[in-house]
Design a protein around this ligand. Structure first.
Ligand SMILES: [Zn+2]
Length: 125
């Protein structure tokens, strides 16, 4: 039980509670509603609840973090066509069949698509 006491200040933190609540609604709406709208249902309902019942500063901080994560995900995708989450998993997306292939794969294992860097090299030769 001693280990749990270290976590206690974390659970008292309003920002942590906000994300904990959001995660709970996210799971519930993923199960009972739809995966595509689950994020919006959970984030907006948590924000509304927080504004009505608690302070308005915590949702502002939380949305700052959410937008930062969005930026970290969207900026590399937009400029370098790099999906950060796939990259961290060591995968890349096949443009033809949309399956996840290993990041070093030269041919898609699902549809046989030749990835770009291989195409460029074969044209140069
Ligand atoms: Zn493919």
């Amino acid at each position: 039980m001693e280990e749990l006491k270290i976590l206690e200040p974390l659970f008292r933190d309003a920002l942590f509670q906000f994300f904990l609540y959001m995660a709970l609604i996210q799971v519930l709406s993923q199960v009972f509603l739809d995966r595509r709208i689950a994020f919006w249902v959970s984030s907006l309902s948590t924000t509304i609840l927080w504004l009505r019942s608690f302070d308005p500063v915590t949702p502002l901080k939380a949305w700052g973090i959410i937008l930062l994560v969005f930026a970290l995900y969207l900026v590399p995708e937009f400029f370098f066509q790099l999906n950060l989450f796939l990259y961290l998993k060591g995968k890349k997306r096949c443009p033809q069949c949309y399956c996840e292939a290993h990041w070093r794969a030269k041919v898609c294992p699902f549809c046989g698509y030749l990835f770009k860097d291989v195409e460029k090299r074969s044209r140069e030769v």
